[in-house]
Design a protein around this ligand. Structure first.
Ligand SMILES: Nc1ncnc2c1ncn2[C@@H]1O[C@H](COP(=O)(O)OP(=O)(O)O)[C@@H](O)[C@H]1O
Ligand SMILES: N[C@@H](CCC(=O)OP(=O)(O)O)C(=O)O
Length: 260
């Protein structure tokens, strides 16, 4: 009799533009390879769904639409339309080298309010994952402006994690998780490793501080944490700039913020 197949743990990994570019103006193929290598190394025990930003940053490698109207939301939408196919192409090229398959899913917040859409999202993603594809999700910026206007893909990642009932949500950013406000301000950041009270956590976030490509800052991550926590999903905020950040976090070799 053949052994029953072990059920894999499902991880939703959110990658922001800063992680993807390693804080430069160009998408980093090295970072995509780093992520792909880790997914390949973990694939016997874990399956992955990715929420990736970066469409706007990638577009800027190819065009300069925004010179006159850089703050215009419609220009940002046009840029993401130009960049998104390049983003997915670069994912597919980098992952293919490692024997991984990637597909694209574009979602918007309103999709999470309709039962039929929710069911379709879950069914499509399950079929993709069951057939060895890694769905790469981004916001459908042509129809929705929430993300590019107000924050980053953190909330989209949390809503998707809750809908898919994933085992773990990993938000990759450019810090070792959330730091205490005082230590961050003093330039000797100390990570808050375990969180049990969201009101206390909000007090640690510096609203006016964000990274070069970042839009939502740490506040949008705290909102995402709350959404995931209500859905009983464990969430980690980790430093995606580090090589091997997923493996290092799983093996507890690096500081990060964990909310169980
Ligand atoms: N308490 C805090 N701990 C860590 N980072 C913080 C904190 N408060 C504000 N930040 C800022 O939040 C940034 C991360 O958010 P963001 O720039 O939107 O990144 P991403 O593109 O990864 O979503 C950090 O680089 C930092 O400047
Ligand atoms: N969806 C858009 C914008 C999302 C965004 O700014 O997110 P992030 O890079 O996580 O701060 C994009 O892919 O460029």
């Amino acid at each position: 009799m053949s052994k029953p197949e072990k059920k894999k743990k499902r991880i939703l990994l959110k990658i922001g533009s800063n992680t993807l570019t390693k804080e430069s103006d160009q998408i980093s193929r090295g970072k995509l390879e780093d992520i792909g290598r880790q997914i390949a190394a973990l694939q016997d025990d874990y399956e992955f769904v990715i929420v990736s930003s970066g469409a706007k940053v990638v577009a800027k490698q190819f065009v300069n639409l925004e010179s006159t109207y850089s703050e215009d939301i419609n220009v940002k939408q046009a840029l993401t339309s130009i960049g998104q196919p390049h983003l997915i192409r670069i994912f597919q090229e980098s992952f293919r080298e490692l024997g991984l398959l990637a597909s694209q899913c574009l979602l918007s917040y309103s999709d999470f309010e309709k039962d039929v859409s929710k069911e379709n999202i879950v069914n499509t993603i399950n079929i993709l994952v069951d057939n060895g594809y890694i769905p790469i999700i981004n916001e459908n910026d042509t129809v929705a402006t929430d993300e590019i206007q107000f924050g980053d893909n953190d909330k989209l990642a949390a809503l998707t994690a809750a809908l898919l009932k994933v085992d773990l949500l990993i938000i990759a950013t450019n810090t070792n998780g959330i730091y205490t406000k005082e230590s961050f301000a003093e330039g000797s950041p100390e990570t808050i490793e375990e969180v049990d009270n969201f009101s206390d956590l909000k007090k640690e976030v510096m609203d006016d501080t964000k990274s070069s490509h970042g839009t939502g800052g740490m506040s949008s991550k705290v909102i995402a944490l709350e959404i995931a926590n209500k859905a009983n999903i464990e969430t980690w905020i980790v430093n995606g700039l580090e090589d091997n950040f997923i493996l290092n976090t799983i093996n507890d070799n690096t500081p990060y913020t964990k909310i169980e």
